[in-house]
Every structure is written in C-alpha cells, then in structure tokens.
Design a protein around this ligand. Sequence first.
Ligand code: DP6
Length: 400
Amino acid sequence: MASEKRLEVVTCTAPVNIAVIKYWGKRDEELILPINSSLSVTLHQDQLKTTTTAAISRDFTEDRIWLNGREEDAGQPRLQACLREIRRLARKRRSDGHEDPLPLSLSYKVHVASVNNFPTAAGLASSAAGYACLAYALARVYGVESDLSEVARRGSGSACRSLYGGFVEWQMGERADGKDSIARQVAPESHWPELRVLILVVSTERKPTGSTAGMQTSVETSALLRFRAEALVPARMAEMTRCVRERDFQAFGQLTMKDSNQFHATCLDTFPPISYLSDTSRRVIHLVHRFNAHHRRTKAAYTFDAGANAVIFTLDDAVAEFVAAVRHSFPPELNGDKFLKGLPVEPVLLSDELKAALGADRTPGGIKYIIATRVGPGPQVLDDPGAHLLGPDGLPKAAA
Ligand code: DP6
C-alpha cells in the first residue's frame, strides 16, 4: 500500500473581474447573499492575476497565511468561512461515496501563500482574485470538484465571478441558504476578441470606505438602492446579457456607464453619503463623453468601483486614439513607456478637431499610469512545481 504523502501542495492563478452591472448590498451578511444579480468581465491574467499556493500536511499545527510575503492572521472570519465551506464540501464528497482522491485527512491544517502580479498600492480591487484563487487552490488540495461559488463568495461576494473567464453573471438566487446564489459564464473569453480594457490608475491619497462597510450602510439607509435592486437590475441584467451575446458595443458601453453612475448615485443617497469618485474620476467621465460626442457614437465607456480608478472599455480600433486623448487631457508625469503598461498600444496623433472637442481643461499627473488589457480566462492550475510559493517544509520560499 502506498504510504501517505506528507504534504499535498497545489498552485493556482485567478483573474480580477470588473462588474458592468454592479453588486452593492447584501440580504444576508453571514452567507454573503446579494440583493441583486450582477455581471462582470474577467480581465486577462497576463496583466492582472493572483497566484496562490495551498498546502496541507499532518505536520502543520495551525492554519497559516502569507499575503504578498507577509504573514497575516489566519483566524480572520472570512478566511475561516472559506476553509469551513471547502472542508464541508470535501466531507460531503466522501459521504456521497466518491473515491477519496487524496489520502490526507480533512482535519489537517492548511498553509496558504498568495501574491499579486500588480501593485496593491495601485488601489485595484484584489480581494475578488484573491478569494477566487484561494477557493480554487483549496478545492484542488482537498479534491473538491463541485461548484465553488459558495466558497469564493464567503471570502468576498464579487470573488465568485472570478471563478470563470469571459463574461460572468452572479445570479442572486432566491433561497435563504444561498444554494442558488451562484456564478455562471455568460460567454467565454474568445467571444468578443476586439474588446479592450484600460485601467486608468488615478492618483489618490485617502483610503476610501471599504465595500463591505459601505454597502451595509447603503442597505440600511438608501431607498434608491432598494429601488435599483428590485425594479431596475433585473431588466438591466437581461439587456447586458443581450449586449454581450450580440457584441453590441454601443448598447454595452451605454449601459455600463449608466450602471456605474447609478451605483455611485446610490452611494450619494447613502446616509452619511459615500463618495468614491475623485475630481480626476469626474474629469475622466467628461473626457469619455466628449470623445464619444466628437465621434457621434459610443466608442469608449467608463466604469468605477469602490475607488477613484477608472476602467474603460473600447474596441481595438479605438484604443490608440483614446489613449492619446488621455495623454492629452492628463499629461503624464511618468515617461512614455512607464505610463502605459500591459498590452502595447500604437502612439497616434490627435486631430485638431478632437483636441478642440476635449477642451482646454488639462490635469498634469492626474492619471498615474494606464494598464492595457483584454478579456481573459478563468483560474488555472500551475503544474510546474517550481511555481509553488511554499517550499517542501510548507513555509514560503525565500524571495529570489
Ligand atoms: C463596487 O465583493 O468587495 O466592486 O462581498 O463585502 O466582500 P464583499 O464586497 P465586494 O464588493 C464589490 C463591489 C463593487 C461592485 C462589484 O464588483 O460588483
């Protein structure tokens, strides 16, 4: 009989997602069940991803976690909720009579190490990629093959949408136990190859109100949020799904902008009000509308989450001109190649007409830099043992 392995270790990567129909508000804080469905675009992992190694061993005496090289408190409730959920699913799988693919006991402690390939300081939401990656890695290590929405969701609601590539909806569900509150792919990443995504990283000093606390206050105080969730989002979900299926950029862009604006309107309707947009964010909004007005069609669309950074959607034939427009309105303080990261974008000259349309309002340094990316795939398992962030002793490998 094969002797029991001392250490089971798996390394995965997971993507960031950006919602075009926003999730804001929970009906159940404990299970993380939303008051409305939401829909997102999965961003490509070449530019933005989390890598996570999970290991279990009978030698471990406690659960431990390292984020970007620093040990954090593994007792934090959301991490423990994910662990409880995955162990429950693994136990269920055993009791359902499936062959246990791993001989390691479910009572063994876990070590987790996770890193992002993008600076945390950029203020990009990393919790969705982080918890999706954790759920995916834990599932591999514990031999769980069922839907992982529930596991990822317990870490961060939006994380369940990072379990799939392409275009993803999180169906709010109706059940009190949350079993039907799951993420589902609407279209794969290959569906709309012309779609481009630009992340405009805005300079900002203050730390905004976190999503969890912010949405809790909104649910308690904003009648507008309740109206949005009940009366508006269902039709918006159907319309956004159609826009994606038919690759209708005009309607996709317009609805994306309207839904972002409505989300920020519910923040202002929250009492005391929450404001995530900065003066630069509002300048980006005006820039996009001027750009579109000049072209007499929607060629670019913005969306903002719980922070000042803008995410812009365009098609590949408009991306170069839009980047040039950003450079014009926000003259970079970083030199050319540092200002634009990610996918290459050809430099182009702006026409005098477009320059005039953009107006004289220019804000040097308002945008720190741009990350150019596209729609990407869901989580991946890395087979190369060299990719593990934990060594054979289950501790983080020394940084190279
Ligand atoms: C504005 O998923 O971060 O980005 O469930 O409390 O962890 P918790 O919140 P989180 O909220 C994301 C809010 C949003 C919109 C969205 O991604 O849908």
